[in-house]
Design a protein around this ligand. Sequence first.
Ligand code: ATP
Length: 367
Amino acid sequence: MTTSTTYLRIEHLRKSFGSFTALDDITLEVQEGEFICFLGPSGCGKTTLLRAIAGLEQQEEGGIVQAGRDISVLPPQQRDFGIVFQSYALFPNLNVNENIAYGLANVKMPRREREARVQALLEQIHLPDIGHKFPGQLSGGQQQRVALARALATEPGLLLLDEPLSALDARVRLHLRNEICSLQRKLGITTIMVTHDQDEALTMADRIVVMDHGRIAQVGTPEEIYQQPATEFVARFVGSMNLLPARVLDRHALMLGRKEVQTPIPMPDCADGTLGFRPESVTLHETPWGIDREQHLMMPAKLEQAQFMGAFVRLTMHLDDEVPLLQVDVPVEQHATLVHSPGQPLWLAVHQSALKFYPADTRECMR
Ligand code: ATP
């Protein structure tokens, strides 16, 4: 059994810009060696939180403890981190060796040792031969790898990554995603990355911190965040969940637009809310007769369009004029045998284990 040690503890952090609250009572623990992603829409406070950890923003309230040391009011140079920004931020007039060694400027180290450290870092980022090149001679992806090497030069205890991949094109981004992950695992360095890209967070993080308006909406593993979104906000932001406004009729019946459906999960005692389920949780049927009503929510719908996505087919289905169109992902073979043409009536079934309900008053998942 592995035991985890808390490496970074953030307690009741608050930060405002004028009358605007950017961080509102943030409390979070990060374990040693963990890869954490701060995920959320633009303006939710994720960069401000990262900058507060680095000492680049000073919070008004709350504290930060790193490796048992209270760093709450220390200036950045007295904290122990390496940082990579979205815009590479390499010095254009220094070559790659000098850029990486810059991180070691304040570290007393014999020249040979310094050169060996820089060369070892170049090898770790798989660019052993570019030490004498200047940033302007490198691609965006190469520059970002050099920025990563520079951030790691002092062997810091904490690596902070502020949207490091967003300036890169899609192919390079995917490649660098894997490289950052394998380097992080190899070094075992506690890492926090800011991103607004849910795919990045889901594929890279050990745990994701979803933020909304300066607050933490949910903390969990990628699986937890995807499968059990705790609030309607998280459900909307992560993945492409179908979210339908619903009126509660009784414990086992809902109105979706003008359609009444029976629910296999008991409804709370409230007037209305939002019903949620993922496109891949829906099964398609020509008739309702074979579907287990005790276990499934069933809806009649009409096909609007089908898009071939390679591994599956994404159907857009019309349930009712008063609710949004539904997305349903079906295996290619099922599409071939069952789906014929736009306007076709089909039955949708969602197993009770895949259903979420967010009452309108709390917006918090009731199961
Ligand atoms: P983005 O992905 O757009 O950077 P974010 O989640 O990282 O979003 P932050 O950069 O942390 O958001 O900013 C949170 C809020 O605080 C935003 O509304 C932003 O305008 C505001 N803000 C950030 N820095 C300052 C500042 N120095 N002065 C005033 N407002 C600021």
